[in-house]
Design a protein around this ligand. Structure first.
Ligand code: PGA
Length: 242
């Protein structure tokens, strides 16, 4: 794993943008695997600014997102489809039909997982952007998820509900389940870019880099990926033996 330690969140976002924009420049039809959460917001702001100033084209880019809450759709400002539109897609001129997010409002969630999984098989990510949960989850693959899992419905861990409650009016409003890419879908990406900032991620980052490869810390599977880059700020890197 390649590790880049940066001073703070802004320099983490600069480094992430350098990696991602190089992929898009080299391959204007790249498939980008994208993530939600607060971690990639700085990266997305830089992509938007670059599109505005330098007219980097996303017309041929396609995207696949990691996950979506069950029960939330584009009309909900807590849904990930809304998050992606507001924080990235509408700022970079990407055709909406080139963007893909599992449908959290599908009547048949199992059928939706099958559909999304088939789509992922056809759209291998040239690069997959990831954050990491304080419990070591990636996407919504919570501790204990088999490494062989593909797209599935998941019941969120209590720690994830607590972590995400800050983004909702009340903790009771956080959906209890989600659709998520599995770890196998993430490992299928040609390249992985995982970002982490803040002291509350330090323990998970240590497990990701130095811990045993274990389903109890889902991100540790990335130790087995042939092309994984971790960009981490000093606070999140503080427990690494360096
Ligand atoms: P965050 O979430 O970016 O909001 O910290 C990361 C995650 O849970 O994967």
């Amino acid at each position: 794993m390649k590790i880049i330690v940066t001073k703070d969140y802004e320099s983490m976002s600069d480094a992430a943008f350098a990696v991602l924009s190089a992929v898009v420049k080299a391959k204007p039809t790249a498939v980008l695997g994208l993530a939600t959460g607060t971690t990639p917001l700085g990266l997305y702001a830089r992509m938007a600014e670059d599109h505005r100033k330098n007219h980097t084209s996303y017309a041929g880019v396609r995207t696949v997102n990691l996950d979506e809450y069950v029960g939330l759709g584009p009309e909900s400002d807590q849904s990930y489809v809304y998050f992606m539109r507001e924080n990235l897609f509408k700022h970079i001129g990407i055709p909406q039909e080139n963007t893909n997010i599992a449908n959290g409002k599908a009547a048949d969630l199992e059928a939706e997982c099958t559909r999304y999984n088939a789509l992922l098989a056809a759209l291998q990510q040239d690069i997959q952007v990831l954050g990491i949960g304080s419990n070591g989850h990636i996407a919504f693959n919570e501790p204990g998820t088999p490494f062989g899992a593909e797209t599935h419905v998941v019941r969120l861990a209590e720690s994830t509900i607590r972590d995400n409650a800050r983004l909702f009016a009340r903790e009771e409003d956080v959906p209890r389940s989600a659709l998520t890419m599995g770890l196998k879908n993430i490992m299928h990406a040609r390249r992985v870019l995982i970002l982490a900032n803040g002291a509350n991620k330090a323990k998970a980052v240590k497990g990701l880099v130095e811990g045993p490869v274990t389903e109890q810390l889902p991100a540790s599977v990335l130790q087995l990926h042939p092309d994984c880059t971790l960009v981490v700020d000093e606070a999140a890197a503080s427990l690494l033996a360096r």
